[in-house]
Design a protein around this ligand. Structure first.
Ligand code: S3P
Length: 425
């Protein structure tokens, strides 16, 4: 499906967005492990989170999804049922990797499969630590499908992360949740900490290292969750507002988790007028309101250490970079090559269509110059964040633009177009 966009004149109004995708996955998984009913408000309505719901249902978990509230009837310790068929994680890396950790600790055999994109993504990073814990996993070339066999006992580990990945860290912590001895994960850069927050884990700092620890004593009880709005989805509207003249947008009850808002700090360093107001905290997750106003932006140096903290927002930060003064440069971001698409390739192929002076590197890219031409449609590469980033670019270009394969936006935000039309004029 090709979606066309006309240039907009103004952004105004306010938005409340469905819950953060990463927090929603974890609230579902953790609720499914607890004994009894958990109530989740403002859960993400994304295809990815639906993949987690579907897998949990295959594992015998009853989940009632309502507009206002999702009820999860948790099974208690090792209470999942052996699934009748492979668990399909769809496009969702978070579903596949976090479930692998939980399933390693169950008493039955299970298989995780996914769509074409997910089946080409690396799983060695999760197989390795879980195997160190004593699990037996068969895979095809360390990719999906993963076949996870029951073992008599897992052992706890102390694991220093070789790649910055919240999914791998969470898989280890969720496996460790089933063991009486303490399991620890050591990170040199702290990735998103939602698993730690929702389980109330202890997190220690030793020099530059951040150490998250878990044991059976942290096993969850059934409770209520409020999921703050998805900051990664909000970023598309934030950048659109900053780059449109005479515009102002209020975004309500959005996640302000410190491990997620480096993207806002970066935009502020670029000159973005973004006012952040913290309003509350739910299950250790901070949320609040953002007031965003039109701004003149300049490109700034992006330090390699912050890349894991802005990894999902890079496609839309690139769009900000096109309209900002000076050259944009991103290096040290090889991880982008193993996301829902090869995002370095996807971004560069699309940027070539607007005639920028572009250089592609194995670990990033740089560009300079103004939009000279437009050979659209832009290509989504079946990747939701690429589709939405180039939709925003289309809305900002004289003469508008279009994006091919746009339906993949439902992977993270099925209501993107409605939200957009409610704030644009
Ligand atoms: C996520 C972690 C990140 C991120 C992904 C969601 C999570 O992936 O890119 O969209 O919910 O834990 P990695 O763990 O591969 O860095």
């Amino acid at each position: 499906m090709i979606q066309s966009f006309n240039k907009i004149n103004k952004v105004s109004g306010k938005l409340s967005l469905p819950g953060d995708k990463s927090i929603s996955h974890r609230a579902l998984l953790i609720s499914s492990l607890a004994d009894g009913k958990s109530y989740i408000k403002n859960i993400s309505n994304s295809d990815d989170v639906n993949s987690t719901i579907n897998c949990l249902r295959e594992l015998g978990i009853r989940i009632e999804v309502d507009n206002n509230e999702t009820i999860v009837f948790g099974s208690g310790f090792k209470g999942y049922q052996k699934p009748f068929k492979p668990l399909n994680a769809g496009n969702s890396g978070t579903t596949a990797r976090l479930l692998a950790g939980i399933l390693a600790a169950q008493n039955f055999e299970s298989t995780i499969i996914g769509d074409e994109s997910l089946s080409s993504r690396p799983m060695k990073r999760v197989i390795e630590p879980i195997t160190q814990m004593g699990s037996r996993i068969e895979s095809s070339d360390v990719k999906l499908p993963l076949k996870i066999f029951p073992v008599d006992n897992l052992n706890s580990i102390k694991y220093a992360m070789p790649v910055a990945s919240a999914q791998v860290k969470s898989a280890i912590l969720l496996a460790g949740l089933h063991l009486s001895e303490q399991t620890s994960v050591i990170e040199s850069i702290q990735t998103r900490n939602h698993t730690e927050n929702l389980l109330g884990l202890s997190v220690a700092k030793e020099g530059n290292d951040v150490i998250s620890s878990v044991s059976r004593s942290n096993y969850p009880v059934a409770k209520e969750y409020f999921i703050p709005g998805d900051i990664s989805s909000a970023m598309f509207f934030i950048v659109l507002t900053l780059l449109t003249k005479n515009s102002e947008l209020l975004i309500k009850d959005i996640s302000l988790n410190p491990t997620r808002i480096e993207c806002l700090s970066l935009l502020k360093r670029m000159g973005g007028n973004i006012h952040i107001e913290e309003k509350g905290i739910s299950n250790n997750e901070i949320y609040g309101d953002l007031l965003v106003k039109s701004s003149d932006l300049s490109n700034v140096k992006i330090d390699e250490e912050i890349i894991p903290l802005i990894i999902d927002e890079i496609p839309i930060l690139v769009i900000a970079g096109i309209f900002a003064e000076g050259a944009f440069q991103l290096r040290g971001a090889t991880e982008l090559r193993v996301k829902e698409s090869d995002r370095i390739k996807a971004i560069c192929r699309n940027l070539l269509k607007i005639g920028l002076d572009l250089k592609e590197y194995e670990d990033g890219f740089s560009f300079l110059g103004k939009i000279k031409k437009s050979f659209e449609p832009f290509a989504s590469f079946g990747d939701h964040r690429i589709a939405m980033a180039f939709a925003i670019l289309s809305l900002l270009m004289n003469g508008g633009g279009s994006v091919e394969g746009f339906d993949c936006v439902s992977i993270s935000n099925p209501n993107f177009l409605e939200q957009l039309s409610s704030i644009t004029h």
